[in-house]
Design a protein around this ligand. Structure first.
Ligand code: FAD
Length: 336
C-alpha cells in the first residue's frame, strides 16, 4: 500500500522521544499540509506507546510502533530492519531523521538498502517543483544545506526515487505549539526477528550529563577571536553570570583553545535560538551565523564597524569589548 505521507523516525531514550524528532514532526506537519498528505511517525523501543499522544499533539496522524524489550536501546541491525520494513510497507513520499549519531547511523543503512537518495544535515526543507531533462517534477522535497565549507547554500533534490530522505540537525526546526486535542491512529508493526538480528547486546550504558546547555538557554553570551585569550574569556563568563546566561563561542575561539568545543555555536557546533544572543568579538562568518541568526534579539559588540555581524544584529556596539563589557555589567548591576 502506498501512503501519501511524510514519515519521521522518532529517536527515543528510555521511552521518551528526542527533541529533534519532535521538531521534525512539527516540520513534517508543515510539509504535509503543503502536499495534502498525512504525517506518520515510526517509533521503536521497549515501552514507547506513552509518546503517541505527544506525537499526535505536534501533528502526527499515524504512529507506527514496535515494542519489544530487546529494542530498549538503539542498535543498528534490528532498528534498520524495522525501519526498512516500515518504509517498504507504507511507502511514504518523504522520510526525515535527526542528524544525531543515531540518525546518521540508521538513515544511510535504510537509504542504501532501498537504493534511494539521502541528504545529510539539512538546515531547511521546502516543497517545490523541479525540471530535469525536460521532465517536470511537481511538489518534491527541496533539501537545503550549506555546502563547500558553508560558502554556498545548496538545494538538493532526489526527484526520481521515493522516498526522498533527509537528516536534519537538532534545533534547526522550530517545535510547534502542541494541540492536546489532536489524536493519532496507532498501528503496531509486526516484527519478524530472528536471533541473527541481535548480533550485539548493550550490557551497560554510562551517560555523561551535558555540562553546557546552549540549546535550552534563553540568553547566550558568546565570545570570539576578539576576546584575545583563554584568560580574557573570564570577561565573557562574568557577563554571562551577571545575566544568568550560557556561554557560547565561535569556532575560531574554540580552535584557539580559549574554551571547550561544547560551547561552539554554528554550522559545526550547536544551533541556538535564544531570546537574546550577545556576540562579543565575533566577526559573523556565515558558518557562525547559520547557528544563531534565528535568535529573537542579537546584540553585537565589535571594534570593526564593518564586521558582518552588524548585518544581522538588532543592536550594535562599535567598540573594544574590554571596555564595553565591564560597562554593561556595571549598568546591569546598578539596575537590579
Ligand atoms: C566547514 C566550516 C565550518 C565552520 N563551522 C563554524 C561554526 O560552527 N561556528 C563558527 O563560529 N565558525 C565556524 N567556521 C569558521 C568561520 O568561518 C570563521 O572562521 C569563525 O566563525 C570566525 O570566528 P571569529 O568571528 O571569532 O573570528 P574572526 O573572524 O577572526 O573575528 C574576530 C572579530 O573580533 C573583532 N575584534 C577584535 N578585537 C576586538 C575587541 N578588542 N573588541 C571587540 N571586537 C574585537 C574583530 O573586528 C573581528 O570582527 C567554520 C568554517 C568552515 C570552513
Amino acid at each position: 500500500m502506498s501512503e501519501n505521507s511524510v514519515m519521521v523516525y522518532i529517536q527515543q531514550n528510555e521511552g521518551k522521544a528526542a527533541d529533534v524528532s519532535l521538531e521534525l514532526v512539527s516540520k513534517a506537519r508543515e510539509l504535509a499540509d503543503k502536499l495534502g498528505a498525512e504525517v506518520s511517525a515510526a517509533i521503536f523501543g521497549e515501552k514507547v506507546s506513552g509518546e503517541v499522544s505527544r506525537l499526535a499533539s505536534l501533528g502526527a496522524d499515524k504512529v507506527y510502533l514496535v515494542e519489544d524489550s530487546r529494542l530498549k536501546y538503539y542498535t543498528p541491525v534490528p532498528y534498520s530492519k524495522l525501519m526498512i520494513q516500515t518504509v517498504s510497507e507504507k511507502k511514504p513520499q518523504i522520510v526525515l531523521y535527526g542528524a544525531t549519531t543515531e540518525g546518521r547511523d540508521l538513515a544511510p543503512r535504510v537509504a542504501s538498502h532501498l537504493k534511494v537518495g539521502l541528504t545529510a544535515d539539512c538546515t531547511d526543507l521546502q516543497i517545490g517543483d523541479h525540471t530535469q531533462k525536460d521532465t517536470e517534477y511537481k511538489n518534491i522535497l527541496y533539501q537545503i544545506r550549506p555546502a563547500f565549507g558553508g560558502n554556498i547554500i545548496a538545494t538538493i533534490v532526489s526527484p526520481e526515487k521515493k522516498p526522498q530522505m533527509a537528516t536534519v540537525r537538532e534545533g534547526v526546526m522550530r517545535m510547534a505549539q502542541p494541540s492536546p486535542s489532536r489524536k493519532a491512529e496507532t498501528i503496531k508493526i509486526k516484527a519478524n526477528f530472528s536471533k541473527d538480528d541481535f548480533p550485539s547486546e548493550i550490557i551497560d550504558r554510562v551517560l555523561q550529563a551535558k555540562s553546557v546547555n546552549l540549546k535550552g538557554a534563553q540568553i547566550i553570551v558568546a565570545g570570539g577571536m576578539g576576546v584575545g585569550s583563554k584568560d580574557n574569556f573570564a570577561l565573557i563568563r562574568e557577563l554571562a553570570q551577571t545575566l544568568g546566561a550560557e556561554v557560547g563561542a565561535s569556532r575560531a575561539a574554540v580552535d584557539q583553545g580559549f574554551i571547550g568545543k561544547e560551547h561552539q555555536v554554528g554550522q559545526t557546533g550547536t544551533t541556538v535560538r535564544p531570546k537574546l544572543y550577545i556576540a562579543c568579538g565575533i566577526s559573523g562568518a556565515i558558518q557562525h551565523r547559520a547557528g544563531m541568526d534565528s535568535s529573537s534579539r542579537i546584540i553585537a559588540i565589535n571594534s570593526d564597524a564593518e564586521a558582518p555581524i552588524f548585518g544581522i544584529a538588532h543592536y550594535g556596539i562599535v567598540g573594544d569589548l574590554n571596555e564595553v563589557i565591564p560597562k554593561m555589567i556595571k549598568a546591569y548591576k546598578a539596575r537590579v
